[in-house]
Design a protein around this ligand. Sequence first.
Ligand code: HEM
Length: 185
Amino acid sequence: MTAIGLCGPDSMSRGFFYGCARSHAMSRRRAAELTRYADGLHNLPMLWFKAFHIVFVASWFAGLFYLPRIFVNLVQVPAGSVAEQARLLLMARRLYRFASLLMGVALLLGLVLWLGYGVGMKQGWMHAKLALVLAAIGYHHACGALLKRFERNETPHTERWFRVFNEAAVLIFMAIVVLVVVKPF
Ligand code: HEM
């Protein structure tokens, strides 16, 4: 029978689990497992912030992955296809505005985790992550600047350039996720 079974699922308080771990004379490993579980309950609000941080970050990056795809389509629009160009510009404008909103919430929740709960404070992986977050914010604003140039009827770069630019967002995203999950230093 598991410790949770013995103690009853309705009495999941931190102190109770510590007591359970002792009174049932469990292995040290099992007791450590329970302590971690109890700590998780203790940090429940932090876990909610983290869950929504991940949701908003993923949604923001979905926008950053898709915007350069629209730019590729804009470059491909044949000369004189005014309606198609206007439709793509409208899509890009709306997506950029929505992605900006998502970015704001994602960053705010990240700041709550970092400065509010002190997660990652004075740790190498966090400093590296913050540097990459600055790169992500820069990338977001670069998308805004490119959009403005398309709106002025310019073609800022070639189709190939936008395809390569698109990959930069993927690399930033991958590097940040590896840093926060693996915490290599
Ligand atoms: C101001 C910017 C940001 C700050 C201050 C921040 C801070 C944090 C903190 C303190 C955590 C908790 C880490 C842990 O529990 O070990 C976290 C989790 C996470 N962050 Fe951020 N973050 C920011 C932006 C981002 C961005 C831009 C991304 C993605 C590209 C991102 C992806 C994640 C992921 C995936 C997690 C979950 C890691 C896990 O629990 O395993 N964050 N963030």
